[in-house]
Write a protein that binds this ligand. Structure first.
Ligand code: NI
Length: 159
């Protein structure tokens, strides 16, 4: 496994649409492993392939709950329920957070690293992470949806 560079906001690659994954080979598995390592080292809870410069529909998530590591290939949100508004950040947007309204619960259909279809349901933080990462695959970032953006310093002041 190897850590990859995280692309920062302003880079075009974060604004492009990703293509479906069609080949489930060791190159994909290396990407998934690298993305997970990169996310963990950066203390993130989710990472999408465009954030490491790859325009494919690949996502890793780990919000520290019982699901552990979640790998999503070609994910699609199939249902949403309720609403939550909370602070959200992104490893590609350092030192900026924003209040984003997301569904409270979502169901996502995806393929695993072997190409087998599965569904995952998330609520709360996991629902937020699922929506945030799926957005990345179509070039959408949380700063587009945030109602209010705050810096780390401003967050400290609010405490
Ligand atoms: Ni992000």
């Amino acid at each position: 496994m190897a850590k990859r560079n995280i692309v920062k906001n302003g880079d075009d690659v974060l604004r492009k649409k990703c293509r479906d994954v069609t080949v489930f080979d060791d190159k994909l598995w290396a990407l998934l492993d690298d993305m997970y390592e990169t996310m963990q080292e950066a203390n993130g809870v989710g990472l999408a392939a465009p954030q490491v410069g790859i325009l494919r529909k690949v996502v890793v998530i780990d919000v520290g709950d019982e699901n552990g590591k979640i790998e999503l290939i070609n994910p699609v949100i199939v249902s949403m329920k309720g609403k939550q508004r909370d602070l959200e950040g992104c490893l590609s947007v350092p030192d900026l957070w924003g209040y984003v309204v997301r569904p409270e619960k979502v169901k996502v259909k995806a393929l695993n690293r072997l190409g087998k279809e599965f569904e995952i349901e998330g609520e709360g933080l996991l629902a937020r992470a699922l929506c945030h990462e799926v957005d990345h695959l179509s070039g959408v970032m949380f700063i587009d949806k945030a109602e209010e953006l705050v810096t780390g310093d401003q967050l400290e002041d609010k405490k």
